[in-house]
Design a protein around this ligand. Structure first.
Ligand code: GLN
Length: 538
């Protein structure tokens, strides 16, 4: 029988619930248990595809085409497994299913009510995601006390009744503030969170205390008394100034994994071996050299903090390379609009340039200027999705002399639409069917033997990467572009869609229509990011 670990957050959001959940998963996986994780998002959207990245962070794409909250990305990066879209549950999905069923006459004669229909549907989905796994973590988004996560807490309590308390435990992650005017760590908000969880009939088996500093024994015993749990089950997780990948090591130092297994009435299946993980963490924290990478984005004007979140998977992919190559990577997020007129001098200080994915026309000409600068000055360049489309536009304009070449996303009237929308996408846009309607999820690409991309992917002829876009390279322009030296080194198996481009003779000039950042994992950096940093170091 699958065992469940429900993770909920108290006090405030943004204290690293997703990373902690992923770390717990990593530890249990390392003890030999087949582990997965589910993220519950209490918002009414059916998925994250229609949310604003600047408000909500990046949209994560799964192999099976889900557009999901970024926490699923953390789970994949830590657990090194592909997590399908069914592992993300939103309030919207729950109600949509129930209402569709009701309209379809499936409940004929019955009154459809919050209880039991909503918790039943939540439980059904959680159990479906957990099927085939020994342990399933269920992270409940939001903060205890929010109206919108009450149904999910209710459902978890009901699951407990169905499967027995020995098969489900609760972990509460709280935050202990240290107000600057008194310089004392306060436990009161944590006590209140425990109280609120209790109102839902849930008593935590573990409390993870996030704070600036480690928890001292006075605070520990205060929480022990209040929550009525052993102080050994109160786990301190202070802020770290190095890397999130250190958290499984820190938690294991408190024997957290063994304590969880004990509560779940399980024994370790094997000895935990974090030697390689630790080596990678040490590499990251003691780099031989620090490289500077410019990421030319569009969300900078909303503030650096949000921006970092909008491109989290790219940041993490670079960190994965950093761990493998023992090279520090400092990313500067530069606003593409800055480069619309010139300003290229700023770029001289960078070892490499990345143009990430994006939508809409803001900053497009700036990005094109930057790509030209990278191409002409032999600066390593990696283009992702929109980054590849613009690399093709730049080359078409400057080298193929196709005046005004553009993507029809930005200039529908261009005489040289080198990037154009797929015919089926035209219909979708016309009918405003924006939800889950892009080219989404993993697609195969055939790599050209002997190309740089082929070498980076371990000389594989066929690879899969994840996608999220509507526009493509227009096949009418492939011959002229290739005749001038840009190589389409990866294409869809039917040869209709261009998936990778590269520029032979350049230090590193590679771009892809895909989002390889969604498949990068700690210990298994994505090949293109690895190649990009190698290209800088060579
Ligand atoms: N806006 C482009 C498209 O839809 C690129 C999308 C992206 O970068 N993810 O094709």
């Amino acid at each position: 029988m699958t065992k469940y670990i429900v993770v909920a957050g108290g006090v405030i959001s943004g204290v690293g619930k997703g990373v902690t959940t992923s770390s717990i998963g990593k530890i249990l996986q390392s003890y030999g248990y087949k582990t997965t994780a589910v993220k519950i998002d209490p918002y009414i959207n059916c998925d994250a595809g229609t949310l604003r990245p600047t408000e909500h962070g990046e949209v994560w794409v799964t192999d099976d085409g889900g557009e999901i909250d970024q926490d699923l990305g953390n789970y994949e990066r830590f657990l090194d497994i592909n997590i399908p879209k069914k592992n993300n549950i939103t309030t919207g999905q729950i109600y949509k299913t129930i209402i569709d069923r009701e309209r379809g006459g499936k409940y004929l004669g019955k009154t459809v009510q919050f209880i039991p229909h909503v918790p039943d549907e939540i439980k059904r989905r959680v159990r479906l995601a957990a099927k085939g796994f020994d342990i399933c973590l269920v992270e409940i988004g939001g903060t205890i006390g929010d109206f919108e996560n009450i149904p999910f807490l209710f459902a978890m309590k009901s699951l407990e009744r169905d499967i027995g308390k020995e098969n489900i435990i609760y972990v509460l992650i709280t935050y202990l503030p240290i107000p600057s005017h008194i310089e004392e760590m306060k436990t009161k908000p944590t006590q209140q969170a425990i109280g609120m969880l209790g109102e839902n009939g849930i008593f935590p088996d573990f409390i993870i205390c996030r704070a600036k500093k480690p928890l001292d024994s006075v605070r520990k015993s205060k929480i022990e008394t209040y929550a009525n749990i052993k102080s050994s089950n109160v786990i301190s997780e202070p802020d770290i100034d190095s890397t999130i990948y250190r958290i499984p090591l820190d938690l294991e130092r408190e024997k957290f994994g063994l304590k969880i297994l004990k509560e779940l009435k399980l024994r370790p299946k094997r000895r935990i071996d974090f030697r390689n993980w630790k080596r990678l963490v040490d590499n990251m924290t003691n780099p031989r050299r620090v490289l500077k990478v410019a990421m030319i984005g569009k969300y900078v004007d909303i503030g650096d903090y949000k921006l970092a979140d909008s491109y989290i998977s790219i940041n993490e992919s670079l960190k994965h390379v950093s761990a493998e190559l023992k090279a520090g990577i400092k990313i500067d997020w530069l606003d593409a609009k800055k480069f619309e007129r010139s300003n290229m001098g700023i770029l001289k200080q960078y070892d490499g340039i990345i143009i990430p994915g994006g939508f809409g026309s803001t900053g497009i000409e700036g990005k094109i200027n930057v790509i030209r600068f990278a191409r002409l000055n032999n600066i390593p360049f990696l283009g992702l999705c929109l980054g590849m489309q613009l690399a093709v536009v730049e080359f078409a304009r400057d080298v193929c002399k196709l005046k005004d070449a553009n993507s029809t996303e930005f200039n529908p009237e261009t005489r040289h639409p080198v990037i154009d929308i797929l015919p089926e996408q035209k219909e979708i846009i016309k009918n405003s069917r924006y939800g889950a309607s892009m080219r989404l999820g993993a697609y195969p690409a055939k790599l050209q033997k002997g190309s740089l991309v082929w070498k980076l992917y371990g000389e594989k002829n066929l690879i899969h990467e994840r996608h999220r876009h509507r526009y493509e390279v227009n096949p009418d322009f492939i011959d002229i572009i290739e005749s001038k030296g840009l190589v389409f080194s990866g294409v869809s198996p039917d040869r209709k869609l261009m998936e990778f481009v590269e520029l032979p003779g350049h230090k590193f000039f590679v771009a892809t229509q895909a989002h390889p950042e969604f498949k990068s994992r700690f210990g298994k950096a994505a090949p293109l990011f690895y190649g990009f940093v190698r290209g800088i170091l060579n």
